[in-house]
Design a protein around this ligand. Structure first.
Ligand SMILES: Cc1cc2nc3c(=O)[nH]c(=O)nc-3n(C[C@H](O)[C@H](O)[C@H](O)COP(=O)(O)OP(=O)(O)OC[C@H]3O[C@@H](n4cnc5c(N)ncnc54)[C@H](O)[C@@H]3O)c2cc1C
Length: 459
């Protein structure tokens, strides 16, 4: 029996896959999105998106927020776990907090593609027309958007693992009871970001309406759980989150952008989003690169007009390089001595895909005796938009029991010292940490680029 044939199959219906599919539909190319999950499905993620993502997706946050959680962010609190923090405020929303179970479902339903949900892609084989999937569907063109464990990426790499730095992460998201919401001192419009003391990762505490999201990510580092416990103890001790957390943390991982992006294209196939490993190195933000790579891939496919060989698709890899690798070079120069993501640590040990951690026991082990912050006594304005907040110190005896740092040589100690000093500087926190590394305000919209507009004309 002849198998049915599809023009384009997108494997994975996350932000990368649905953005790619929506753009293909808009450009008149028939497309099927194939995801192993039935939506709504959750994705381990803090759920922080920037306005640039909303623009690229043609999504109005106010409209979206009528039926979904869409928390405007007007400030950030930034510091080192256990140390003083700096709060930076803005006059208008600089980001939004969404829930991935809602956001991804909304984007997938809206994309207008045919959907094949609830069955994993297990087998991908070359055939004369392009590819055969699970032995029963042929496609001329394949888009790998299956995230960190994408089967298309695995096939294109010949089963080998990527050498890019991996960030194992753990996270919990839950709806607070009214009692918990009353006692939680994290403000909804002000997510809190705390760097680990060895600068190999950071933790966050992010309130989206009644939902609380707490997590931590560290570069290829096995002591993730120890740092998570340290962070939870800190949140409890300072009264930020004074109650026991319900449930367990979930683990996932993502790869940081690491050139060269060799596997971005193959004959009749491209990779987008986490399948390729495009998360911004300093912040781990992956949704924007996922959406943008999905859009760029769709335009490349449309412009190829059925000639899906590698040389034609190479344009997509070139765009990615210009956009993401060029941007990374700028950021690296700005970082100077403080390499918050320590990209030399590429050994991805302790991948926490099924590693689960009981928060209740961690929080109990942490103890809760120290006094909480007193906002009026501890806040000191530095500029009209920033203020310093003092954190009660641990007793010296406790401080000495610090978690041993990885690769604790003189250079790393120097970097940590520089990092500590810089994180006390309101200018550095606002301009470099937030606006450059986390908000990417200097990166123009994806379709403002010369290359993309020329594709628009061709397609
Ligand atoms: C703890 C944590 C916090 C994060 N926080 C943020 C944040 O706040 N902001 C941000 O921008 N980024 C964040 N990221 C990164 C972000 O989540 C990812 O970069 C983003 O989800 C990538 O989107 P994607 O579409 O490429 O992949 P995904 O969102 O992972 O989607 C992949 C899809 O492929 C499907 N799939 C996988 N395997 C198969 C298969 N065999 N067959 C069929 N379908 C398959 C999956 O079901 C899934 O729906 C975070 C990551 C982690 C781990």
């Amino acid at each position: 029996m002849t198998q049915p044939i599809s023009e384009v199959v997108v494997v994975g219906g996350g932000p990368a896959g649905s953005a790619c599919a929506a753009e293909l539909v808009r450009l008149g190319i028939p497309v099927l999105v194939w995801d192993r999950a039935v939506f709504p499905r959750d994705k381990v993620c803090a759920g922080w998106i920037t306005p640039q993502i909303a623009d690229a997706l043609r999504l109005d946050p106010a409209e979206y927020g009528r039926r979904h959680v869409c928390q405007p962010i007007l400030a950030f609190r930034v510091g080192l776990i256990g140390a003083d923090t700096i709060e930076v405020q803005y006059d208008r929303p600089v980001s939004y907090g969404i829930r991935r179970c809602e956001f991804d479902t909304y984007l997938l339903r809206r994309c207008g593609a045919a959907l094949q949900l609830g069955e994993p892609v297990r087998r991908i084989q070359r055939c004369s027309e392009g590819w055969t999937i699970n032995g029963r569907l042929r496609t001329r063109m394949l888009v790998g958007a299956g995230g960190h464990f994408c089967p298309v990426a695995r096939t294109l790499r010949g089963g080998r693992d990527s050498a890019a730095p991996t960030v194992p992460a753990q996270e919990i998201e839950f709806r607070m009871t009214s009692e918990q919401a009353r006692h939680c001192r994290v403000a909804p419009e002000c997510p809190e970001l705390y760097f680990c003391r060895d600068f190999l990762g950071y933790a966050w505490c992010f309130r989206k309406g009644d939902y609380l999201n707490i997590g931590i990510g560290r570069i290829g580092e096995p002591r993730l759980s120890a740092h998570l416990q340290d962070f939870l103890a800190f949140l409890k001790r300072t009264g930020r989150v004074p109650f026991d957390l319900p449930g367990r943390f979930k683990g996932h991982a993502y790869r940081l952008l690491a050139p060269p992006l060799d596997h971005a294209v193959a004959d009749a196939a491209v990779l987008v989003g986490d399948a390729l490993g495009l998360a911004y190195p300093q912040s781990g933000e992956g949704i924007r690169p996922a959406v943008e790579s999905g859009l760029l891939a769709a335009r490349t496919i449309a412009a190829a007009a059925g000639r899906y060989d590698r040389t034609v698709l190479q344009r997509y890899a070139d765009w990615l390089h210009d956009r993401f690798v060029g941007d990374r070079a700028i950021d690296d120069a700005a970082m100077g001595g403080l390499d918050a993501t320590a990209s030399s640590h590429t050994d991805a040990t302790g991948l926490a895909t099924d590693g689960r951690f009981s928060t209740t026991s961690a929080a109990t082990a942490a103890g809760t005796t120290a006094p909480s912050e007193s906002p009026s006594a501890d806040e000191r304005p530095t500029t009209p938009h920033t203020k310093r907040l003092t954190t009660p110190r641990l007793p010296a005896r406790e401080r000495r029991r610090d978690i041993p740092a990885a690769g604790d040589g003189p250079l790393r100690r120097l970097r940590c010292l520089a990092g500590r000093l810089l994180l006390r500087n309101p200018w550095f926190v606002r301009r470099i940490v937030l606006e450059k590394w986390f908000l990417h305000r200097h990166v123009p919209p994806v379709f403002g680029t010369r290359e993309a507009s020329s594709t628009d004309r061709r397609s």
